[in-house]
Design a protein around this ligand. Structure first.
Ligand code: HEM
Length: 129
């Protein structure tokens, strides 16, 4: 039978998405593969991660069909100064996969989430400017 619920609903709504983002951002901020890029290390540890987690939660809720509206900067604007490489993109995806394992997110939801991420890849992966 077709499940008509939005991805937002299937992920468990805002409380569960916030918990997933919380775990993921702690994981990526502690990842030595990503911290080897000094621009990434500085940006992820600038102040408390709370504001960063808030905006990413808002974006995931919005992009998956929740009632929230994303109020942060565009993906190009918030990432182009970081100079994110193809390898760094892959490590980021790997960290996310580990968080999704921990929260036992199903295959269908995972592939929909990764498809959403892929749509922004071109704006996020770029040499530093
Ligand atoms: C499609 C994939 C991605 C999405 C949806 C996403 C989402 C976001 C959002 C919503 C923000 C906050 C924007 C704002 O401050 O207005 C942000 C900032 C940031 N993102 Fe991403 N991101 C993605 C990919 C990545 C990757 C691959 C990395 C690192 C490997 C990364 C590292 C960061 C860092 C360090 C910041 C803070 C930048 C700063 O404040 O200077 N992001 N991201």
């Amino acid at each position: 039978m077709q499940n008509k619920q939005s991805l937002y609903e299937r992920l468990g709504g805002s409380y569960r998405i916030a918990a997933i983002v919380d775990d993921f951002i702690d994981r990526m901020s502690a990842d030595p593969r990503l911290n080897a890029n000094p621009r990434l290390a500085a940006a992820s540890h600038r102040d408390s991660a709370a504001g960063f987690k808030y905006l990413v939660t808002e974006m995931v809720c919005w992009a998956t069909g929740g009632p929230q509206v994303y109020t942060g900067r565009s993906m190009a604007e918030s990432h182009r100064h970081l100079g994110i490489s193809e390898d760094e993109w892959n490590w980021f995806v790997d960290d996310l996969a580990r968080t999704l394992d921990k929260f036992e997110v199903g295959e269908r939801e995972r592939s929909e989430l990764f498809a959403l991420l892929d749509r922004s890849k071109r704006e996020v992966v770029a040499p530093p400017r």
